[in-house]
Design a protein around this ligand. Structure first.
Ligand code: PCA
Length: 244
């Protein structure tokens, strides 16, 4: 059983609802993901006779505050010990569901956060690298979603506001989590979602998608990611078996 931590955010700015929170609430609490056939044969199939894995979803809604959001994300990760963390945020104005590839070490807030903090040209982490890439194979996962007909597009910027900060600190934590036998795999990504049609007070001039379509897209992305994580783990196991 894989555990996925899915986070969303409270409303911010002029919005009275956050699309990400609606999408998070719409995701299943548990489900099954298709195991991708591994290059050298899916040994999980031989052992269990199943081509599917099980997962459960734990959901959290974070405050739109630079520091508090990271603190709450980290305490949820400590408590839940997930294998996959997917942080959802609203990007009003985007037309599609956009998995993020890059988090940058920059806080440059166009508006104050919900606590009144408005950093301008400050690093997220003074000692950290300029940027991190997600360790989810996000291009392949997004391509799979597009091929299956979902409205998804890879994004190369999560902005410079609270979402990017949370994404950066998530990847920073993953980078400093040693990959040894005592540690479970830990993958993390951020997915921005557009406004959804069911949301209150969506600005008339902004694009939006039906909530159900966005939920289905995020669900596909999550399950595809879990499938690929399984495949990677079996490949790593092959190396161990050969004493490498
Ligand atoms: N979107 C904002 C912060 C919270 C949210 O849902 C962002 O993109 O930074």
């Amino acid at each position: 059983m894989r555990t996925v931590l899915v986070t969303a955010f409270e409303p911010f700015g002029r919005d009275t609802e956050n699309a990400a929170a609606l999408v998070c609430a719409g995701l299943p609490d548990q489900g099954r993901f298709p195991k991708r056939p591994a290059a050298k044969g899916n040994r999980a199939d031989e052992e269990t006779g199943s081509r599917e894995g099980e997962y459960r979803v734990v959901k959290r809604v974070l405050p739109v505050e630079f520091r508090a959001a990271v603190e709450e994300l980290f305490s949820a990760m400590d408590e839940i010990a997930p294998e996959l963390v997917l942080c959802l945020g609203q990007a009003g104005g985007r037309r599609q569901v956009t998995p993020e590839r890059v988090a940058v070490n920059l806080m440059d807030a166009p508006i104050p956060d919900n606590g009144g903090f408005q950093p301008v040209e400050e690093p997220v982490s003074a000692a950290g690298p300029t940027a991190y890439f997600t360790n989810v194979p996000v291009k392949a996962v997004t391509e799979a979603a597009k091929t299956a007909g979902y409205p998804a597009e890879l994004s190369h910027t999560a902005g410079t506001y609270v979402c990017n900060c949370v994404f950066y600190m998530l990847l920073n934590r993953i980078a400093f989590t040693p990959a040894n036998e005592a540690t479970k795999p830990l993958w993390g990504d951020f997915i921005h979602v557009p406004y959804v049609q069911e949301q209150k007070n969506v600005p008339q001039d902004k694009p939006s998608l039906p909530l159900g379509q966005v939920v289905d897209t995020v669900r596909f992305l999550m399950e595809e990611t879990l499938g690929r994580m399984e495949e990677t783990m079996w490949e790593e196991k092959e190396y161990e078996d050969f004493g490498m």
